[in-house]
Write a protein that binds this ligand. Structure first.
Ligand code: ATP
Length: 328
């Protein structure tokens, strides 16, 4: 029979994402509701290794639902990649009396959790918290919606100045391996072209498209570029390439960078975090383990780590077609 769960630990790990605080709040409040002790570990797996934690009750998480970042801090822990590091973490959990963990993070966090759980038989549930939206076991990750809104807000502002000076702006957004942010914000902000890691549109096509824009009377343009796009050039090299080949364009570059991770979470991300984390606690209390929670077709789902960690759920190619039509 599964061990009774009396104490649940929670931590945030990997890159931070808006909505992580709403997620921590939901874990702490759900634990209070079900009369389970809640322990918050600082700096992800590193806090488990070092025994750096606080006991959390319903009041410890007041007024954090609207805050960006994570009150538990986040980190990437090299020590947890080693068997010795994971042993230290397991020893601390045993010492403190933690029976199960809720892990809020991205695919790396889930991979570490899966290995840890198999080694030490400690039930874990993964909650997808990452702005990248690159996890197969859910349609949406916590933080993605807020990041999209931050990006389109920034692009709208850049468009104002682009249009005043008749300039072409290349705007780099986050997404080394996945183009979800670039594609969706690009369509949402009305970009002329969107360059993503999943599709190689080619430099010739980019030049053709920009020439067409000029011919059609457009004086300014926005091209959204994902960090990991397939042109083989970084955003500054791309800008130089276009300047060399299309000297009529006055080209500028903006790299949005870490601002995409910050800010107060959107209502969507707060609600998503709340739904997923209540479910995570309930699954642990029902004796479930080693799954990730997610939203699939607007229903909460529990997916094994093995399936949830497959590639990702794929970009919506229809959006590329829509973008093509609308940038006419
Ligand atoms: P993001 O998508 O925002 O980058 P992430 O959770 O994927 O978030 P990672 O840095 O990949 O971020 O992983 C977070 C932490 O999980 C790592 O710093 C490491 O401590 C742990 N981890 C990742 N992969 C493994 C692994 N194979 N074995 C043990 N621990 C791992």
């Amino acid at each position: 029979m599964a061990k009774e769960i009396r104490t649940i630990g929670v931590m945030t790990s990997g890159g931070d994402a808006p909505g992580m605080n709403a997620a921590i709040r939901a874990v702490a409040r759900a634990c209070a509701y079900y009369n389970v002790k809640c322990i918050g570990f600082y700096r992800g797996y590193q806090g488990m290794i070092e025994g750096d934690y606080s006991v959390m009750n319903a009041r410890s998480v007041r007024n954090i639902i609207s805050m960006g970042g994570t009150i538990l801090k986040s980190a990437r822990s090299k020590d947890f990649m080693t068997p010795e590091g994971r042993k230290k973490a397991a020893d601390h959990l045993k010492e403190i009396g933690v029976d199960a963990m809720v892990l809020i993070g991205g695919d790396g966090t889930f991979r570490g959790g899966q290995i840890f759980s198999e080694e030490y038989n400690i039930p874990v549930i993964g909650v997808p918290g990452t702005i990248d939206n690159d996890i197969a076991g859910t349609n949406y990750t916590i933080g993605y919606d807020t990041a999209l809104n931050t990006v389109i807000d920034a692009i709208d502002k850049i468009r104002d100045t682009a249009s005043s000076h008749d300039r072409l702006f290349f705007i780099e957004v986050m997404g080394r391996d996945a183009g979800f942010i670039a594609l969706n914000s690009g369509v949402g902000a009305g970009a002329e072209e969107i360059l993503i890691p999943e599709e190689d549109l080619g430099l010739d096509r980019l030049l053709e498209s920009l020439k067409r824009s000029k011919r059609s009377g457009k004086a300014s343009s926005i091209v959204v570029v994902s960090e990991g796009d397939k042109t083989g050039k970084n955003v500054f090299e791309l800008a130089d390439y276009v300047t060399e080949n299309l000297p009529d364009y006055d080209v500028r570059v903006t790299v949005l960078g870490h601002m995409q991770r910050g800010g107060s979470p959107s209502c969507f991300d707060r609600t998503l975090a709340s739904r997923l984390c209540v479910k995570a606690v309930e699954l642990l209390l029902d004796g479930k383990k080693n799954v990730m929670v997610g939203i699939i077709d607007n229903k909460i789902s529990a997916t094994s780590f093995d399936v949830g960690l497959q590639e990702d759920h794929g970009i919506n190619k229809e959006l590329l077609r829509i973008s093509d039509i609308l940038s006419t």
